[in-house]
Ligand binder design. Sequence first.
Ligand code: HEC
Ligand code: HEC
Length: 286
Amino acid sequence: MGALRPSTVLALALLAAASGTGGVAGQQPLDFERYRETIEPIFIADRGGWGPGRAPCVTCHAAQGTPLRLQRLRETAGGEVYWSEEDSRRNFEVVSRLVTPGDPDRSRLLRKALTVPAGGAALHVGGKFFESKSDPEWQAMADWVAAADPVERPAPPRLDFDFFRDCVQRMYLDKRPGDVECIHCHETGVRGFARHIPEGRDFWNQEESRGNFAITRRYVEPGEPMMSRLLTHPLAPAAGGDYFHGGPRRWDSTDDPEWQMLAAWVRGETPECVVGAEADAGGSRE
Ligand code: HEC
Ligand code: HEC
């Protein structure tokens, strides 16, 4: 087998945490310099086209609320695009969360754009870019990941279903002044996380709630509110929201009590439920 026992991995991780540098007792962390030199160019590379499977990764992944949320590119006077070192460090943090150090095959970054027969993920809205694992770009990513030692990561939190049913779904129905409710646009189709409520009722039953939960989960990254499109799509861009939403911006800022509440839920908590008018009243009660 040759794999480290979990207790050994944990001990190494604890040692690394205690030292504060991450580089202790033979433990090799993901390498930033190498990432910057060999991985980031892959995200920018021109592939001679647009749309799924053709566009540079960064066209879709800059500042969008997908889990791979990269910084926007800067441009030199001569029109060359680049990321500053600070940008690259932020990107590195995000990308690091999408890989399993030491294990390329279990790394989301590597599986997503790889074709299914080659062992890739079933679906990538952005299309498939790598036909096989011998693709040089895929290899570069795999080598980078394989060079790092395994680390013990806390399991992502569980999203509480009861809280979703009783509270998050109320938000789907709530109308803020001047806005349209989520259910107005999201009751059908692939993004139908707030399904049509049958005649004669004004809320979803248990089974329907389960269905809404399953679809909502696609837009939630447990433990990571800012990587969760449910929270970033209707958030104002100035506050870190996505550039585009076919619907309204419900939250001007992440300070909105309702946004805060949803963020807590995404982190695995079950906060007090504040929706719409209640949330507004929280700030300015007469
Ligand atoms: C045409 C737009 C587009 C392009 C180009 C694109 N992607 Fe994506 N990607 C998406 C969207 C939308 C999602 C979120 C939905 C999904 O998971 O498919 C996503 C999700 C991802 C994720 C997150 C996976 C997860 O497990 O949550 C990774 C990793 C990723 N893409 C990698 C890449 C890489 C690497 C490239 C370039 C080689 C790339 N993407 C190019 C649109 C794109
Ligand atoms: C006026 C119609 C409208 C309303 C109201 C609306 N949306 Fe949307 N929403 C859209 C459209 C259209 C899209 C697809 C295009 C896009 O990505 O913005 C979308 C996309 C999304 C996505 C991303 C799905 C994906 O495929 O990546 C999320 C998450 C989302 N909306 C959440 C919400 C939430 C939460 C609410 C309520 C607070 C809401 N929307 C209200 C029209 C609406």
